[in-house]
Design a protein around this ligand. Structure first.
Ligand SMILES: [Zn+2]
Ligand SMILES: [Zn+2]
Length: 388
């Protein structure tokens, strides 16, 4: 089959790889109908932790059709249209029983992510490094889905592929951030980053009853998109006084909940990108996280959703303490939210099609990543689809 593989730092190629096969009784094989790029991929492409191996197939957000099932798959049969959680979890271990699915003990059985500092490996993820299970990714014609009864979710009729695709990762990530940050009716919520996860965190906050939701970014086209499709307020980081405006719209106290959906910017190609963060911590990358801590109200909640590979310095830990903040972060516990999100998508409460700004065949995936990485032409997500 055809797949998009990693060939080295910021080098991608579409090439032939072996078809996936059932390896366990709970596996399914899914023929991919839609697969999206994600900001987390850009850190992988740049050769930063967690490391890829040459020839690894990329992509972790996808939707498709079941074409084969193992003998112990009960919930799915051949022909089902399913969206697959980007996180691989068994559904039965201690963390899964606590509904912390991205911490699954059996999803990623590779080496620990960051050695002693990083602790044990979290759950698995498609299209990622051996530390996250080494599962082949979704920018391919077919994907092996382990624990298919847990990780694949039947898409309701009437929900388009473009909408349901975002139930794989961006929508549950955004919902989890708003939920675990404790958004309550009447809250003021600020979200850094107007990409897919940021817009969907903002939408989740609104659906959870927040009175005012404001999205902060430097990209004017994304801010206009958030206003128009998500119905939230926006602040332009490049031209507006973010701290002053946030105080103003929260009665002087600061937002109750601050969500960092921006993370560290992934460096581009070239030698700077190659050397940039690989071997030493970059001290000044945590702009969004630092602002979230600075601007949050006393006793408020800060949630980290964005990716910060490696170590981060100059983080205002004393402010966390002095303001009594609730500081938290997680990779998405998607299995907990996806059925509810698909219901909301079916009811039209959660609309995501606008995020798929660039749809193209898999053959053009390297170009798609270039467009996505450099945010060309208003790109929020590149989506790869089979030829019609
Ligand atoms: Zn993702
Ligand atoms: Zn588990």
């Amino acid at each position: 089959m055809k797949a998009l593989v990693w060939r080295g730092v910021n080098q991608l190629a579409v090439t032939q790889v072996p078809d996936p096969e059932l390896r366990n009784e709970q596996d399914a094989i899914v023929r991919v109908r839609r697969s999206a790029t994600c900001g987390a991929d850009l850190h992988l492409l740049g050769g930063h932790l967690p490391l890829l191996r040459r020839g690894d197939v990329l992509g972790h957000e996808f939707l498709g059709e079941v074409v084969e099932v193992g003998p112990r798959v009960r919930r799915h049969r051949v022909g089902d249209r399913v969206v697959v959680c980007s996180v691989v979890s068994c559904g039965r271990c201690g963390p899964c029983r606590r509904r912390q699915f991205s911490l699954c003990d059996n999803g990623g059985t590779g080496p620990a992510l960051g050695g002693q500092a990083g602790g044990p490996s979290p759950g698995g993820c498609y299209g990622s490094s051996p530390a996250l299970g080494g599962f082949a990714g979704s920018h391919a014609e077919y994907v092996r889905v382990p624990y298919a009864d847990r990780g694949a979710f039947t898409v309701p009729d009437g929900v388009t592929d473009e909408r349901a695709l975002f139930a794989s990762d961006a929508a549950p990530s955004g919902w989890m951030a708003a939920h675990l940050a404790g958004v309550r009716p009447g809250d003021v919520v600020a979200v850094w980053g107007a990409g897919a996860a940021g817009q969907l965190a903002a939408r989740a906050a609104a659906l959870l009853g927040a009175e005012r939701v404001v999205v902060i970014d430097r990209l004017a086209d994304r801010l206009r998109m958030a206003e128009r499709h998500v119905g939230v307020e926006t602040l332009d980081h490049g031209t507006q006084d973010v701290g002053g405006e946030l105080r103003e719209l929260s009665g002087g106290r600061g937002p109750d909940v601050c969500i960092d959906a921006a993370g560290a910017a992934a460096p581009g190609g070239g030698w700077r990108g190659r050397l940039g963060q690989r071997f030493r911590p970059a001290p000044d990358r945590a702009v969004a996280a630092r602002e979230a801590v600075h601007h949050c109200r006393k006793g408020g909640s800060v949630f980290l959703l964005g990716t910060y590979p490696g170590a981060v310095d100059r983080f205002p830990l004393d402010t966390v303490l002095a303001k009594g903040l609730n500081l938290r972060g997680a990779r998405q516990h998607g299995h907990r939210y996806i059925p509810m999100l698909l219901d909301r998508m079916a009811r039209g409460e959660l609309v995501t099609e606008h995020l798929a700004t660039h749809t193209m065949p898999l053959d053009r995936a390297p170009l798609g990543y270039d467009t996505f990485r450099n945010r060309l032409d208003g790109c929020v997500r590149a989506v790869f689809a089979p030829e019609p």
